[in-house]
Design a binder for this molecule. Structure first.
Ligand SMILES: Nc1ncnc2c1ncn2[C@@H]1O[C@H](COP(=O)(O)OP(=O)(O)OP(=O)(O)O)[C@@H](O)[C@H]1O
Ligand SMILES: Cc1cn([C@H]2C[C@H](O)[C@@H](COP(=O)(O)O)O2)c(=O)[nH]c1=O
Length: 257
């Protein structure tokens, strides 16, 4: 999957040099400060295969940029040149024989570089960062589904992520058969990646685990029904983001008075 629909690699160049349902109050920024007007924020999209994360991440970034604000689109695994190399190894299945603990460590290694090179510098300059998957995917894929010990994963998360947890995580929830069909259609003749190749039961487990994970952090994680059309979902996500981040409530400079 590494090559099939990569976003613009320019997004991943080092910057020049930071289960509730929809709604809810703001929280302390993962980047280290309170979410207030004039600051950016760290938003992640999570969910199973084909739930529309990449589509919605792009749309969210476009809307933020439409306000004249700095927004960085990124993804995991990947999001920096070195982390993209690790992505290729993980999604090819080359790391799978080493077992799920080794895979979890590789995801964490990629995350360390991604945070250092892309996410933290962007947050530090006041940008919004919209990331397609992040630490919740490790909790769900490597933890809930692959059985890696929760204490070990929590330690890895502490080391890799530290205080830079997302301010807002949008969990896209969709019937598994629909998501897999969408992912298949997108892939066309291309080969399924290491995780897409897993059995249907694995994907059902992912859906449940994402919902359970969101329930444990309802302030940060909002579950959104991803079965509607992409425009309607984008509108819902935008309303949630605007409710969470004061900076997104400014008027659109391109809009007619
Ligand atoms: N709301 C929607 N309705 C119908 N099709 C959609 C919708 N959202 C996205 N799609 C299409 O479904 C496919 C998968 O979407 P997308 O790549 O955004 O999902 P994803 O969650 O990022 O997938 P993955 O986790 O497998 O990478 C794409 O072809 C996309 O155009
Ligand atoms: C971050 C992260 C990802 N994964 C898995 C989930 C997906 O199957 C792939 C990424 O592919 P996508 O098309 O970009 O969604 O990697 C994981 O198992 N653990 C993680 O931490």
């Amino acid at each position: 999957m590494g090559a099939r629909r990569d976003p613009d690699p320019a997004e991943f160049r080092p910057p020049a040099r930071r289960g509730g349902r929809a709604g809810g109050p703001g929280r302390t920024a993962g980047g280290g400060g309170a979410v207030t007007a004039g600051q950016g924020g760290f938003i992640t999209l999570e969910g199973g295969e084909g739930t529309g994360k990449s589509t919605q991440a792009r749309r969210l970034v476009d809307r933020i940029r439409g306000l004249g604000l700095d927004a960085v689109a990124t993804r995991e695994p990947g999001g920096s040149p070195r982390a993209e190399l690790i992505r290729d190894a993980l999604l090819s299945g080359a790391v799978k024989p080493l077992g799920p603990v080794a895979e979890a460590m590789m995801f964490a290694a990629a995350r360390i570089d991604h945070l250092d090179v892309t996410i933290r510098p962007a947050l530090a300059r006041g940008a919004f960062v919209v990331c397609d998957r992040f630490a919740d995917s490790t909790r769900v894929y490597q933890g809930a589904l692959e059985g890696v010990d929760a204490g070990l994963l929590a330690g890895l998360e502490r080391v890799a992520v530290g205080p830079t947890m997302p301010d807002l995580t949008l969990v896209l929830d969709l019937d598994v058969a629909i998501g897999l069909a969408r992912a298949r259609a997108r892939r066309g003749a291309g080969a399924a990646d290491r995780f897409e190749r897993e059995a249907d039961g694995f994907h059902e487990g992912l859906r449940r685990a994402f919902l359970e994970n969101a329930e444990r952090e309802p302030e940060r994680c909002l579950v959104v029904d991803a079965s509607g059309d992409a425009d309607a979902i984008a509108e819902t996500l935008w309303l949630i983001a605007r409710a969470r981040f004061p900076a997104l409530r400014r008027p659109n400079p391109g809009a007619r008075p």
